[in-house]
Structure formats: structure tokens, C-alpha cells
Ligand binder design. Structure first.
Ligand code: SF4
Length: 235
């Protein structure tokens, strides 16, 4: 935090949507780019104008509206099921009550919904409701493993709880954002730029990554795949 903060600057939470809308958006964002999910979300809301109308629509109508986001058949069913379940249980789409719950209970409430895993739940709680939930995407997962903050065999799903236990609640959002920036710009999946990295002095992966990068192309250590190439497959 102390080293990445001055590079990337202060992070302020600026909610895009309310929690239920963020939930719909996050389902749309699964396995696609921000550009595609934003287009799909905007088209969905323009087409139906309200969450109630989406819940009442046929899955095929939702599918048509979100086609730009990919996996439209699967996502259309999930979105409809989620909205129906939320309305039945809460009586509205107002999920602000989650912010009054202990973090673990709020996560558990969301993860009962179809298609909602640890990352989706953390995004809703962190970005829409300002709770100290740590979303672990591919960048946060990869950089955390390279820095030794989570074990090399810890899955992204399990890394949520590991990182939350290590990061003070007030630092969860900036930590999440800084690791994404760092993963995109410096600690890339392929060819991490360790020589330019502000965290290199304390990174336990640097030596192995730089050694692997110096090997002739196509050569591996013994019969094992090169570490950098293996990590690239995580994305
Ligand atoms: S030293 Fe290399 S592996 Fe370690 S965090 Fe920096 S870029 Fe990533």
C-alpha cells in the first residue's frame, strides 16, 4: 500500500449502480470485457427500463438484449432467477440492508443466489455498499500469489478470505485497485516487468521469474514448464 499508493494515487469509491443493479451488471461482466458488459447492461436497461420488467420478461427477450455480453443464454436465466428471488425474499430490489449485516452474513446471503460466487458477492458489497469485502479477480490473484500474500495453490475463491484477513478494512478497496493496476501495468501474466517494479525488493518470485526469462526461448528447467508460462495460463 505504501509503495503503490504514491504511484496510483488515492482511491475513492464512486458507486456506478445501486446494489441490485450492480448485481445484474456483475453477472453480465462474468467472462467478458468491461466494454462488452457495459454495452450489454446499457442495452438491457434501455430495453426494459426497470428491474421489475426484466424479472417479468422471457429469458429469450433478456438474451436478445444482452447478447453483446457473451454467454447470453446462461446469463439471461441467471439474471431473471436472481431478480425473482430477491423480490420474493426482500419485497423490493433494495439491498441496502446488507450493509447493516456482519460481512460474513452479507456474503452468505448473496452467495445463495444463482451464479453468485465469492467475487461477485465481494464486488456488490465493496463497490455498491462500501463494505470491506475483497474482490479477487485474475490480477489480484496472480499478484498476490507472486508476492507471497497467498499460497501458490490457493484458489481465487479461497483468496478472498485470506486477503481480507491480512488487509485492514479501510485499505481493502485501495488494495484491490492497486493490485489490479499493478497486475495490468507491471506484474503482467506474461513477462512481468520485475526490473521496473516498486515491490521487487521484497518479492519472493522475482529471482525465479527473471531466471526463467533469461533461458533460451522454448527451453525449460528440466522437464518442467517455465513458471512464467504456467502463470500465464491462469488468465
Ligand atoms: S517483482 Fe516481478 S513478480 Fe514480483 S510483484 Fe514485481 S513484477 Fe510481480
Amino acid at each position: 500500500m505504501d509503495l503503490l499508493g504514491p504511484i496510483h494515487g488515492p482511491i475513492e469509491r464512486t458507486p456506478r449502480y445501486n446494489a441490485a443493479e450492480e448485481l445484474v451488471y456483475t453477472i453480465l461482466s462474468q467472462h467478458t470485457s468491461d466494454v462488452n458488459s457495459t454495452r450489454a447492461y446499457d442495452n438491457l436497461m434501455t430495453t426494459f427500463e426497470s428491474l421489475d420488467s426484466i424479472a417479468a420478461a422471457a429469458p429469450s427477450e433478456i438474451e436478445d438484449a444482452i447478447r453483446r455480453g457473451g454467454l447470453a443464454a446462461q446469463k439471461s436465466v441467471r439474471i431473471k432467477e436472481i431478480l425473482i428471488q430477491v423480490k420474493q425474499e426482500v419485497g423490493s430490489y433494495d439491498l441496502s440492508f446488507l450493509a447493516e449485516m456482519p460481512l460474513d452474513e452479507a456474503k452468505a446471503w448473496l452467495k445463495r443466489l444463482p451464479g453468485v460466487g465469492p467475487k461477485t458477492a465481494a464486488i456488490i458489497l465493496c463497490f455498491a455498499l462500501g463494505m470491506p469485502a475483497m474482490p479477487v479477480d485474475t490480477h489480484v490473484h496472480r499478484v498476490s500469489k507472486r508476492l507471497g500474500l497467498v499460497g501458490s495453490k490457493v484458489s481465487a475463491d479461497k483468496a478472498h478470505d485470506v486477503l481480507e484477513a491480512k488487509v485492514p478494512p479501510e485499505d481493502v478497496l485501495p488494495f484491490h485497485m492497486y493490485l489490479i493496476y499493478h497486475g495490468r501495468q507491471v506484474c503482467k501474466a506474461q513477462r512481468p516487468r520485475c526490473g521496473e517494479c516498486a515491490l521487487a525488493w521484497g518479492c519472493p518470485s522475482r529471482a525465479a521469474i527473471e531466471k526463467a526469462a533469461k533461458r533460451p526461448k522454448g527451453r525449460t528447467a528440466g522437464n518442467k514448464p517455465r513458471k512464467v508460462e504456467k502463470e500465464a495460463s491462469d488468465d
